[in-house]
Write a protein of this length. Structure first.
Length: 839
């Protein structure tokens, strides 16, 4: 026995022959295709396994793993190297599992790069069902029940696993990321918990989102796997809902994480699967209730505050009966929710990705409803800023007049200018105005600074470079507003100095008037242009300026050298290098002419001048125009109603600006008015069960035809057929908060009838397509049967409309048989059935 121990120890220090090294034998079997040689190696492995098993010290060493191979066990190596296509390979795995079942639990804990990895992790990554079953079946005995549970919950946290499927850490999550449905179900049958999380408290769906962000090409497979888990897998319904709502370590739900990583397709699927509740469906109208509590930070806070107050007032309140008492740690963790507001996250994303989120009906509706409240603050603020800037401009003009008087050399001119101020008042009243307004300016500046200080203290709207460079965010406006306030305060303090020349007031005037971009960006007709201006300034001109400045310094130095000496020395503009820089810059813009014929070497300076003209005026300026044109095209492409998206994103930015400067309780109350409190039967993470919970919701109504096409989709298709599709329906969908109200009463139906009678020229083929997409069912069954919400039921309930029929004559131009012929056709629309016919 002593000989065995000595031999084993020497083998672990790599000092024996290969036939005595189990690791070398496993590696040799993996690389050799000679079955006879492999069988000999297998027999050697069997003998070594028997010897090791008989010695406790050797067994302990082999279960710990060999340091020379980064603490792998022979089973780790076999699972990594074997393709299990050769009989010998399976025999090696079987004998290792049979003799050392504890080896399955070996997790390489001493390895920094592979810490936590078990043979089961390797088998799952390789997708080998036989290997997974062999390993887990060996742990299915009563003696290893706890070991099997531990194995299925083992977290692989090694540094080597970063940005691979192994970052999910636990076996079931790794299987999900490999998108192997059969393997996923197999692990569930072996007892894997579907709600398991990794060391960052990331659930399966959290891992899906991160993996889709790391590898965008895997997104279709991930979406398919998500749908499989939620719709087809053997996971019970309660856990399916729980998976969608689970929170990570930072209290971040899957919905919020999908927004943070810009995964709008996953976001849409989670939103429809976990946050959407169908309220009514009658074949024509679908009324969906969306839970928006997790979308808006202030809604979540408002609900938490209301629930806390209600639980204190009514201890027997059922929603809180089963909720355990919160610990201090829970309260501290709860505060992290402020980092995951979806509205805030949208401004950390690329604008095209943000538009994808804006197209989600609940988000779009919530922004519209919040804007209805915040515009009541927006417009008064706009008016106040306008009045303030007008008075500040008047003050600046008057102060400039006073400076001119002070510096006047001509006494007579000075006397004439002091007789009357810009107001037509005497000097005392003028000075009173200037002093009073200077004090008011300081007060206004202090208010602006206090608001920004409150944002920083309360950690609202993080002030970082991303926010400043994003043309849709408020970073640039906040920075300029702070600079505006500091300029006003500095100007007030410097006014008492006799040598002060009002430079800070000049800065304040320029910033104040340019700050009107903040207001006009929320106006429909101007919002796109403000986005375009900011985008060009931040990206295009900034890059263009780098090259232009290099050219400026090069040509400026050349001109300065060539224009020294007579007769050019008589030109005062070229006596200083800095003055020459200004003149050269003006010449590059084409608004100044360099005196080339005043130089000692006119030919040389002409060559330099022409070179500058070609490189800047012709090449660089035209390149800038091309780049700006491309930027404009890019901003207008990829989306339908793209200008609407620009407007809504800008309005959301304005909403967040005002929310961040309001006290939390007021912001929460305003947010709660934009949504409705309602009881929803959903999963509660606190009680780990389904129950009725109070949540904030928005209601989305949509019209569907027999093929479940929404009205918005119908409208988009209709606009492709003929441009006056909206006129037929009486009004545009975005101007109608609840489209069903168009047909919900007599006035709405009459409006529809009148507008339809004024319908434009519609061809035969177009009319047939129009009947399919116009929002009315192709099948008369869904309309003639008076179910609630249909047009038929509303019309049949009113006898005056039950048999109403109106006709319109439309001129149809034939483009096939008789190109020049004009045909007449009657289009009949029966209001009682909702069917358009062509008699």
């Amino acid at each position: 026995m002593e000989d065995v121990t000595t031999r084993q120890w020497s083998r672990y220090t790599q000092t024996v022959e290969d036939e005595n090294d189990i690791y070398e034998l496993v590696r040799a079997i993996a690389t050799s295709n000679m079955e006879n040689a492999n069988m000999t190696r297998f027999q050697a492995i069997s003998k070594l396994v028997h010897d090791i098993k008989m010695n406790d010290e050797s067994k302990k060493l082999i279960l710990k793993g060999n340091q020379m191979v980064d603490y792998q066990t022979p089973l780790h190596m076999a699972c990594s190297l074997f393709y299990l296509e050769k009989p010998t390979e399976k025999k090696v795995v079987e004998i290792l599992v049979a003799e050392f079942p504890d080896m399955i639990l070996s997790n390489r804990e001493d390895s920094d790069m592979y810490r936590g990895q078990t043979p089961v992790h390797i088998a799952i990554c390789r997708g080998n069902m036989w290997l997974v079953d062999t390993l887990l079946n060996a742990l299915s005995t009563p003696d290893f029940h706890d070991g099997k549970v531990k194995c299925l919950e083992q977290r692989a946290t090694g540094l080597k696993f970063k940005n691979t499927v192994m970052f999910a850490e636990i076996p079931l999550s790794i299987a999900a990321l490999t998108c192997n449905k059969e393997l996923f179900e197999n692990l569930l049958q072996h007892g894997a918990k579907v709600d398991g999380v990794n060391s960052q408290s990331d659930s399966i769906y959290h891992c899906f989102i991160i993996y889709a962000y790391l590898y965008p090409e895997k997104l279709p497979n991930i979406l398919d796997m998500m749908k499989y888990i939620h719709e087809e897998s053997k996971v019970d319904e309660t856990n399916k809902k729980k998976l969608m709502l689970m929170e990570s370590m930072g209290r971040e739900t899957t919905l919020q994480m999908a927004a943070r990583y810009g995964q709008h397709k996953i976001f849409a699927y989670i939103l429809e699967s976990a946050y959407c509740h169908l309220s009514n469906k009658d074949g024509l109208f679908d009324i969906k209730i969306y839970d928006v509590t997790d979308i808006d930070l202030n809604l979540a806070r408002a609900l938490r505050r209301e629930n806390a107050e209600l639980s204190v007032a009514c201890p027997e309140y059922s929603q809180y009966k089963k909720v355990p008492t919160k610990t201090k740690a829970d309260s501290e963790t709860e505060g992290n929710i402020s980092k995951t507001s979806i509205f805030d996250i949208m401004f950390d994303l690329n604008y095209t990705t943000a538009f994808e989120f804006l197209q989600q009906a609940p988000i779009h509706r919530l922004i519209l409803q919040k804007w209805a409240f915040y515009r009541l603050m927006f417009y008064p603020f706009w008016i106040f800023h306008t009045i303030f800037m007008i008075l500040l401009t008047v003050s600046a003009v008057e102060r400039a007049r006073i400076v001119r008087e002070r510096d006047a050399i001509n006494i007579e001119e000075s006397n004439t200018t002091t007789k009357q101020s810009i107001w037509g008042l005497n000097e005392k009243l003028d000075n009173l105005f200037l002093t009073t307004f200077a004090i008011i300016s300081v007060i206004v500046a202090c208010i602006h600074l206090a608001q920004e200080a409150m944002r920083i203290i309360n950690r609202k709207m993080p002030f970082n470079m991303t926010q400043i460079l994003n043309p849709y965010a408020n970073g640039a406006f906040r920075f300029s507003l702070v600079l505006f306030a500091l300029s006003l305060i500095g100007d007030f303090g410097a006014t008492w100095s006799p040598s002060y020349e009002d430079y800070l007031l000049l800065v304040a005037i320029m910033i104040g008037w340019l700050w009107f971009l903040f207001f006009i960006r929320a106006i429909r007709r101007l919002s796109f242009f403000t986005s375009l201006i900011q985008r060009i300034l931040i990206s295009d001109i900034a890059r263009f300026a780098v090259i232009v400045f290099l050219e400026l310094f090069a040509f400026n130095t050349a001109f300065f050298m060539l224009l020294q000496g007579p007769p050019a020395m008589n030109e005062p503009a070229f006596n200083s290098w800095w003055q020459t820089t200004i003149k050269t810059g003006l010449a590059m813009l084409g608004i100044y002419e360099i005196p080339v014929f005043e130089a000692k070497q006119p030919v040389i300076i002409c060559i330099v001048y022409v070179s500058m003209f070609i490189l800047t005026t012709i090449l660089m300026l035209n390149a800038l125009i091309a780049v700006m044109s491309n930027t404009c095209t890019e901003l207008l492409s990829n989306f339908k109603d793209v200008k609407e998206m620009h407007l809504r994103l800008q309005q959301l930015s304005v909403i967040l600006f005002f929310e961040s400067m309001l006290p939390s309780n007021i912001a929460e109350k305003l947010a709660s008015k934009a949504a409705k409190r309602d009881k929803l039967f959903c999963f509660d993470l606190r009680t780990d069960s389904e129950c009725n919970l109070t949540r904030y919701v928005v209601q989305i109504d949509s019209i569907r035809d027999a093929e479940n096409v929404t009205y918005q989709e119908s409208r988009e298709e209709g606009l492709e057929l003929f441009p006056n599709f909206d006129r037929i329906f009486g009004r545009r969908i975005e101007n109608q908060p609840n489209f069903s109200s168009m047909f919900g009463n007599r006035d709405g139906m009459t409006l529809f009838s009148k507008n339809f009678s004024r319908s434009p020229v519609i061809g035969n083929g177009q009319m047939n397509k129009f009947k399919n997409i116009s929002g009315f069912a192709k099948s008369s069954t869904s309309l003639t049967e008076p179910s609630s919400g249909t047009i038929a039921s509303r019309m049949t309930s009113d006898s005056s409309f039950s048999s109403t029929e109106f006709n319109s004559e439309t001129i149809l131009k034939s483009t096939q048989e008789e190109p020049q012929a004009i045909q007449m056709q009657k289009v009949s629309f029966d209001l009682s059935s909702g069917i358009t016919t062509n008699p």
